[in-house]
Design a protein around this ligand. Structure first.
Ligand SMILES: [Zn+2]
Length: 316
């Protein structure tokens, strides 16, 4: 599809954060220490303390937003915020997801700090971003790094819906592109967990341009034989669903995830028709071939481990 959308020349032009001399096949051997943070930034005690503090402030019991049953917070945490009663997948922070996914102590963040920009002089935008950074302990709406899953190394990028709904602005687009580039440089598979409300309105058209940029990065990675596994979580909508989220070699989805471009209400209003039951949910999309497999959050580590093992054998 991409080949039709962008001719070879145009696609290269769109891939604007890379000059012709600086392609993936760069001869220069790259040292992982140049592109990775020094320590395992996810297991840092500061992060844990911050989260624990938040946890101790939350009541002992919580009500499942799907089945309304009371469930103890510790049970919910052990179950990666999947309701033990009804299996509903509650939102989970990017840090917690990574901690539940990778082998302990193996995750190192990619160095990719994008300076803040406010192209439209959007009121209070900088203030909002600063507050969110402190609150979520994320640099931006995506957390990326290299980690191991069941002993197999991969580049992993996780979007955080806790950061402005995981909306894709310049920084998110650049971090996703960087994840594709690093996966290619180090010949590693790439796993991206998407959770996004779409483009970031505060950054206007520059936000929309990230769709072309990330799609071109996905295509280039694909041309070089890289394995890209997209894991779609609730919600994956707007510009993210219309770009890298749906370009995976393998597309997994969490149960019940809303996946689509525009919301069902908008579509119904536009076409003046009622949509089929379960439209845009992961299960419907699996039945119709858009999603390869629905994987519960608790099984995700095992399934990804299996895929990485199979891929490892093939690429050697
Ligand atoms: Zn429930």
């Amino acid at each position: 599809m991409l080949k039709n959308l962008f001719g070879k020349h145009k696609k290269d032009a769109l891939y604007f954060n890379m000059t012709k001399d600086e392609t993936y096949e760069a001869d220069v051997e790259m040292n992982p220490d140049d592109v990775l943070e020094k320590e395992d930034s996810i297991d840092k005690s500061a992060t844990k303390k911050k989260e624990d503090k938040t946890d101790s402030e939350t009541p002992e019991m919580m009500t499942c937003s799907k089945c309304n049953k009371e469930v103890s917070v510790s049970d919910m945490k052990k179950n990666l915020y999947v309701c033990p009663e009804c299996g509903y997948h509650h939102p989970i922070s990017a840090q917690r997801r990574i901690r539940g996914l990778v082998d302990q102590g193996t995750f190192r963040k990619l160095k990719c700090n994008i300076p803040f920009v406010n192209p439209l002089d959007y009121p209070d935008y900088e203030d909002k971003i600063t507050k969110l950074k402190n609150k979520t302990n994320l640099d931006e709406g995506v957390l990326s790094g290299i980690g191991e899953i069941e002993g197999r190394k991969a580049v992993i990028a996780v979007m955080g819906s806790e950061f402005l709904m995981g909306s894709m602005g310049i920084a998110v687009g650049e971090k996703i592109t960087n994840a594709f580039e690093m996966a290619d440089r180090f010949k590693l598979p790439l796993i991206i967990f998407t959770a996004s409300g779409g483009a970031r309105m505060q950054e206007g058209i520059l936000s929309l341009m990230q769709m072309a940029k990330t799609s071109a990065a996905a295509e280039r990675f694909n041309e070089h034989g890289g394995l890209y596994i997209a894991c779609l979580t609730n919600p994956t909508t707007g510009g993210v669903s219309a770009s890298f989220a749906t370009l995976g070699d393998i597309t997994l989805a969490e149960p019940g995830a809303l996946i689509g471009f525009a919301g069902p209400r908008v579509i119904e209003q536009t076409i003046g028709q009622k949509l089929p039951e379960g439209f845009q949910r992961a299960e419907y999309l699996e039945t119709h071939g858009y999603v390869d497999r629905i994987v519960s959050r608790n099984d995700m580590r095992t399934v990804l481990g299996q895929i990485l093992r199979l891929h490892d054998k093939r690429r050697k």
